[in-house]
Design a protein around this ligand. Structure first.
Ligand code: HAM
Length: 431
């Protein structure tokens, strides 16, 4: 036998129920976005490398250590997108999306790529559902962005999540705070890891989210960014907090959140779930008022978020397991659709045509074309959670009527329905 080919480390296949659950979740999230007035956008998974070095930042873990980057056959430097925001900003500019409306609210879903060490909730190909709003600097838009995020989580069946928010101030505030940080680290360089010692001169903010225990200890005593922002930014941040309380979202101010991507300004947030373990961020986002301009566009305020789809499923599963422990049994999957079971060769042709007719009239319908026994066909009808089974043998064909079994009834009651009336029978009884 030839050797099996395996998928790359840190990637996942989705099949069966799991694939179905993903489709359902995506559809539920798209419905949330539509309710909040967002429109879909799809951008390529590969983009010029420079897009990410100029937006996420040259001196960030994502760009320095985690990007899948290659030179293609025509010599172009390409990267597989590690996140969605930069590509959406590029597409917003390249397609002049600001022309039609001053405020543009966009959502997306798709695979992202980061060469991280795989562990529970951390993959190399993972999926984000995200949203970006362009053209509004209002704190109401920050609050609305978090409100739509909360609805996305609820659509995924997650209820126990909390927001941690912080204020990074404007680009000028950050430049000023950078100097404050430089001053703070002066004379303490030897307590920092080697990487952070180089970060000090290049991008001092990245020292703040270093995972090294020595660096963390020092950073815990460092000045806090939200204390070094302008009064206008403080006022907007206070407004965001009021609005989040009005919306009854569970939030707290975590002054240590700095985010690992360089483009953020003003409000930033992470949404955490206790059921996730070490990778406890379900999603994250914030304002990035300077990014559109720094990628060659006009000055445009913007804010957005992304959630990790794999983590949504982990959190939903953790909540379902807790509910089960508390004695709440999960609801059985509802029955739907029809299985047509054919008895013998003659009936197979009639059943085949009937199945197509039912499908064309919008009824979810399946049949076994391999001539298995009636018992096997009924077992399959049950497994696939069909609501009705239509049994068609030569006697039924001769009579012009089929036996219809309601598989949701406790006695699995059976009725005879004329073939010509089957369509309307199911249209009436399957909602
Ligand atoms: P991020 O914090 O890098 O932000 O990622 C957002 C979410 O993606 C994380 O909270 C997590 O749920 C998921 N995620 C990240 N890396 C992985 C991984 N290796 N495996 C599984 N899940 C992962 C961003 O990407 C920003 N673009 C968010 C944003 C949108 N900000 C403004 N607009």
């Amino acid at each position: 036998m030839s050797q099996l080919v395996h998928r790359p480390r840190g990637t996942k296949d989705l099949a069966g129920d799991e694939a179905r659950q993903w489709e359902k979740l995506e559809a539920a999230c798209y419905a949330v976005f539509t309710r909040f007035g967002y429109e879909p956008i799809r951008t390529p998974v590969m983009e010029p490398y420079a897009l990410f070095s100029r937006s996420v930042g040259e001196v960030t873990d994502i760009v320095q250590k985690e990007m899948y980057r290659f030179t293609d056959r025509s010599g172009d430097e390409i990267a597989l997108r590690p996140e969605g925001t930069a590509g959406v900003v590029r597409a917003y500019l390249q397609n002049n999306l600001s022309q039609e409306r001053p405020v543009r609210k966009l959502y997306y879903c798709g695979p992202m790529f980061r060469a991280e060490r795989p562990q529970a909730g951390r993959l190399r190909q993972f999926h984000q559902i995200g949203a970006e709003v362009f053209g509004s600097a209002s704190p109401y838009t920050d609050a609305e962005t978090m409100a739509v995020l909360a609805e996305v989580l609820r659509a995924a069946g997650i209820t126990r999540f909390r927001f941690e928010i912080n204020n990074l101030g404007s680009a000028e505030d950050r430049a000023g705070f950078g100097k404050v940080l430089q001053e703070f680290f002066k004379g303490k360089e030897s307590s920092l890891c080697e990487v952070c010692q180089t970060r000090l001169g290049k991008n001092v903010f990245r020292v703040l989210d270093c995972k090294n225990p020595g660096c963390r200890e020092l950073v815990a005593t460092a000045p806090l960014v939200s204390d070094h922002v302008s009064d206008a930014s403080k006022a907007d941040f206070a407004k965001v907090q009021t609005l989040l309380t009005d919306l009854k979202l569970d939030w707290s101010h975590n002054p240590h959140i700095v985010r690992g991507l360089d483009y953020y300004t003003h409000t930033v947030f992470e949404v955490k779930h206790s059921g996730l373990g070490a990778q406890d961020a379900l999603g994250a986002g914030g304002r990035y008022d300077g990014l559109v301009q720094s990628l060659g566009g006009p000055s445009t305020p913007a804010v957005g978020f992304a959630v990790g789809v794999e983590r949504l499923f982990l959190a939903a599963a953790a909540e379902a397991a807790e509910a089960l422990q508390a004695g709440h049994a999960p609801a059985e999957a509802p029955r739907s659709g029809v299985t047509v079971a054919a008895l013998g060769d003659d009936a197979l042709r009639g059943a085949f045509t009937l199945t197509q007719e039912l499908r064309l009239s919008g009824i979810v319908c399946q049949m076994d074309v391999d001539g298995r026994s009636l018992k096997a066909q009924m077992r399959q009808a049950d497994r696939s959670r069909s609501r009705y089974a239509v049994i068609l043998g030569s006697a039924e064909l001769a009579k012009g009527a089929a036996s219809v079994k309601d598989l949701s009834a406790s006695d699995a009651s059976q009725a005879e329905v004329p073939l010509a009336e089957l369509k309307s029978f199911f249209q009436k009884n399957l909602s």
